[in-house]
Design a protein around this ligand. Structure first.
Ligand SMILES: Cc1cc2nc3c(=O)[nH]c(=O)nc-3n(C[C@H](O)[C@H](O)[C@H](O)COP(=O)(O)O)c2cc1C
Length: 241
């Protein structure tokens, strides 16, 4: 129905060491203040019972690097295996919830369930965000997730994608265009940068997507290249809500 979606790794568990992961695409933000998210989960999932009992879970955002683990955790059940161990993922400590985080995720959103809505095939867990952990390696100077470094994973109609380049900033569609002196052509910065390099600098995932991106997007002017990936994990800063 509504695509593309994030494919997130939802972790759950308790203080006794019980832990599990499942992949979820039916997820989203539903309120700013208080910050609230949801995940919709089928009752037959192993994770369903854990989340129902503990009333807690963590939404771990995924990256292209985590694509294989994301798919795998969505086709195997925690009834049969320890998905953290099988995928080589590191369970981290929640600052507020007892459910583990995924250390490799750029952002881990700790959630406490406020309501469970039985909808039909899925139950919707409406939850308050009680803490956010962010890996500083993936943040820009303004504290936002830097897509060039994190390379978020997107799910659409059964396939996984990376993101193309930026197309515009919030509100750009109504912003006044700069007036060019008579006879001069206005070259938008993004286009100028792309044509300077003689190519579309946006990351490429498939021919069709690239062709579309090439007309509209290019690298952000003045944006630093993504640093080389460090071997170790970065520190996760914690923002409590
Ligand atoms: C990309 C993707 C998205 C998924 N989205 C959901 C979802 O939104 N809700 C759900 O209940 N299951 C979803 N699943 C299926 C579960 O992740 C899968 O059944 C998983 O094996 C359940 O694990 P568990 O039994 O250990 O809880 C998705 C699977 C994939 C691969």
């Amino acid at each position: 129905m509504i695509y593309p979606l994030p494919a997130v790794l939802v972790s759950c568990g308790d203080a006794s060491g019980l832990r599990n992961l499942l992949t979820v695409a039916w997820t989203g933000t539903v309120c700013t203040d208080p910050p609230m998210c949801y995940v919709s989960i089928r009752r037959e999932r192993h994770s369903y019972d854990i989340i129902r009992r503990t009333g807690e879970f963590v939404i771990n955002l995924t990256t292209e690097e985590l694509a294989r683990a994301t798919d795998w955790c969505g086709v195997r059940s925690g009834r049969d295996c320890d998905k953290f161990a099988e995928m080589g993922l590191t369970p981290g400590r929640g600052a507020v919830v007892a459910a583990p985080t995924v250390e490799e995720a750029p952002i881990s959103i700790e959630c406490r369930v406020r309501q469970v809505l039985p909808l039909g095939s899925h139950d919707m867990f409406l939850a308050e965000v009680v803490n956010v952990q962010a890996d500083e390696r993936y943040l820009d100077a303004g504290g936002r997730l830097d897509f060039e470094r994190a390379r978020p994973l997107v799910y659409s109609h059964g396939e996984y994608f990376g993101l193309g380049g930026a197309i515009g900033r919030f509100g750009w569609s109504v912003r006044k265009k700069p007036q060019a002196p008579r006879g001069e052509r206005v070259v938008e910065p993004a286009r100028a940068a792309a044509s300077e390099q003689g190519r579309d600098a946006a990351p490429q995932t498939s021919g069709a997507r690239t062709a579309r991106t090439a007309r509209t997007a290019g690298p952000k002017p003045g944006r630093a290249a993504a640093p080389k990936r460090a071997g170790g994990r970065g520190a996760k800063s914690s923002k409590r809500r």
